[in-house]
Write a protein that binds this ligand. Structure first.
Ligand code: NAD
Ligand code: FES
Length: 286
């Protein structure tokens, strides 16, 4: 069992949970994820790690309550326990293998969309601690949905905030801000990393392709076992099949078949809606 040592509400329906999981915290690296199960009957929910602290043995996850399982998870409070917290899973970000000299010579652009901002944070933090250079664009629908802006400002070389409705920062989507930085501000980047909704990652890669800017994306495919056995997290990259859980979660964004990935992500929408209705009904009955 894994204890929730801290819980906070970051934005509407978005919660941050800090979990006591010393073994996971001790071997975690940026880019990796965990699979969480609230209780014995719970569905396995893959979540990209939003922070980890080897000293106090905790791992932070950020969850948006979109379905029955995430609602059940976020109904727990500080001091409660989660049945399973398996990880770290998947491969760490490529840059953790670079030397400090290589890191210093590259300029990264991170594009973080909505809840996907949380998993961008440990990557930018790691680069900051290892002499890397990272500019960050955070995009959200509106100002009240922005998360991790203060934390990111502390570790990014430059932080740019964009909101779709213009209620904070640049008015427009992250793709417009990428163009603005390169075309109008004369910025040059060696590599882009995009994490957020699948549709955002698709359009970021279409944008960066125009500038021949290599782009890594982190895919949040549906997962069951998380060990490469079930095939649930299958994705096509460069015409070949990969399993997100063991071959990813990060891939070359210019090679990903996003349309197929989005179709697969929506495969269980009816079942998810049914489980959600059942969960809401149960909650209303108490
Ligand atoms: P959102 O819909 O508010 O989008 C965030 C930003 O992405 C927008 O402000 C915009 O700048 C950009 N964006 C969205 N659609 C775009 C388009 N068509 N073209 C260009 N830019 C676009 O984000 P949200 O509601 O927080 O997203 C939730 C989704 O993010 C969930 O589906 C969740 O599964 C996913 N997610 C992914 C990861 C990951 O590891 N990839 C992590 C957490 C959450
Ligand atoms: Fe089963 Fe990846 S989740 S193969």
């Amino acid at each position: 069992m894994f204890k929730i040592v801290e819980k906070s509400l970051l934005a509407d329906n978005i919660y941050k949970l800090r979990i006591e999981a010393p073994r996971v915290a001790n071997s975690a690296l940026p880019g990796q994820f965990v699979i969480v199960r609230v209780d014995e009957q719970g569905e396995r929910v893959p979540l990209t790690i939003a922070d980890f602290d080897k000293e106090d043995g905790t791992v932070t996850i950020v969850i948006q309550t979109i379905g029955a399982s995430t609602k059940k998870l976020c109904a727990l409070n500080e001091g409660d326990y989660i049945a399973d917290f398996v990880g770290p899973l998947g491969n760490p970000s490529e840059f953790v293998h670079l030397t400090e000299e290589e890191l210093r010579s590259r300029h990264y652009l991170f594009v973080a969309g909505g809840v996907g901002t949380a998993p961008v944070y440990p990557q930018v933090k790691w680069l900051h601690e290892h002499g890397g250079n990272a500019d960050v664009i955070i995009g959200a629908k509106t100002a009240s949905m922005l998360i991790y802006t203060d934390e990111m400002a502390r570790v990014a070389n430059n932080l740019y905030v964009a909101t779709d409705d213009g209620s904070y920062g640049f008015k427009g989507m992250v793709t417009a801000k990428i163009k603005d930085l390169i075309d109008n501000e004369g910025k040059h980047y060696d590599e882009c990393v995009a994490i957020g909704p699948m549709i955002m990652m698709k359009f970021v890669t279409l944008t960066t392709r125009e500038y021949s800017l290599p782009t890594t994306v982190s895919l949040n495919a549906l997962m069951v076992d998380g060990t490469g056995m079930c095939g649930a997290c299958r994705v096509s990259v460069g015409g070949k099949i990969y399993f997100t859980c063991v071959d990813g979660p990060e891939f070359d964004g210019h090679q990903v078949d996003f349309d197929e990935a989005m179709r697969r992500q929506a495969m269980y929408r009816n079942q998810e809606a049914h489980a959600n209705d059942k969960h809401n009904h149960k909650c209303n009955c108490f």
